[in-house]
Design a protein around this ligand. Structure first.
Ligand SMILES: [Fe+2]
Length: 188
């Protein structure tokens, strides 16, 4: 762990154990959402589903990227991922994005997708609020993730005809325009 990096965050008035709990729950939600979105994407078929497929893929890969970008910060601050993946899924900070009972019902699919993104927007807003002006590195990372989660919400919301997102499309799936600078792995 980065001893002084943790110390300066504590000295700024942050309870690092509380922050670590939030980061772990956020990472758990990214990891489980990546898994569930895989199932949602493969079921996104037919006239209604085909158009959705690409943005589910964008959100799916970017959620994996969010997990990857969060992990080093958890260890720097003295935390660790749970040894058992079942435990990790249990502490995920957002509900399971289950495939709807009728997988051909794209409105039900969209409800699951948009709720998952709204939970993520709340999660990273909370982490930004907690770290703003105190833990610069976590703030910068959480803000980068928040930018992408807000875009995901807007895309799905647009599909629900709640109004235009104002966005076009990613050049290739899951390019993470904001988070990629925090990643060590190669991406798109
Ligand atoms: Fe995410």
């Amino acid at each position: 762990m980065a001893k002084v990096a943790r110390q300066v965050v504590e000295q700024a008035g942050i309870d690092v154990n509380v922050l670590l709990d939030k980061l772990l729950r956020a990472a758990g939600a990214e990891f489980t959402t990546f898994y569930y979105y895989t199932i949602l994407r493969v079921n996104s078929i037919g006239f209604d589903g085909e158009g959705l497929k690409e943005i589910i893929e964008d959100a799916r890969i970017e959620d994996r990227n969010h997990f990857e970008a969060l992990t080093p910060r958890i260890y720097e601050l003295g935390g660790a991922l749970p040894r058992d993946i079942r435990q990790f899924a249990d502490i995920a900070g957002c509900p399971d994005a289950y495939l709807p009972a009728d997988p051909r019902n794209m409105s039900a699919m969209l409800a699951v997708l948009v709720e998952a993104e709204r939970c993520a927007v709340r999660t990273y807003t909370d982490i930004c609020n907690m770290t703003f002006g105190k833990d610069h590195r976590t703030y910068d990372l959480a803000l980068a993730i928040l930018h992408e989660e807000i875009e995901h919400e807007a895309w799905f919301s647009e599909y629900l005809s709640e109004g235009p997102s104002g966005h076009f499309r990613r050049g290739s799936p899951g390019t993470s325009p904001y988070v990629r600078r925090f990643m060590s792995a190669e991406i798109g």
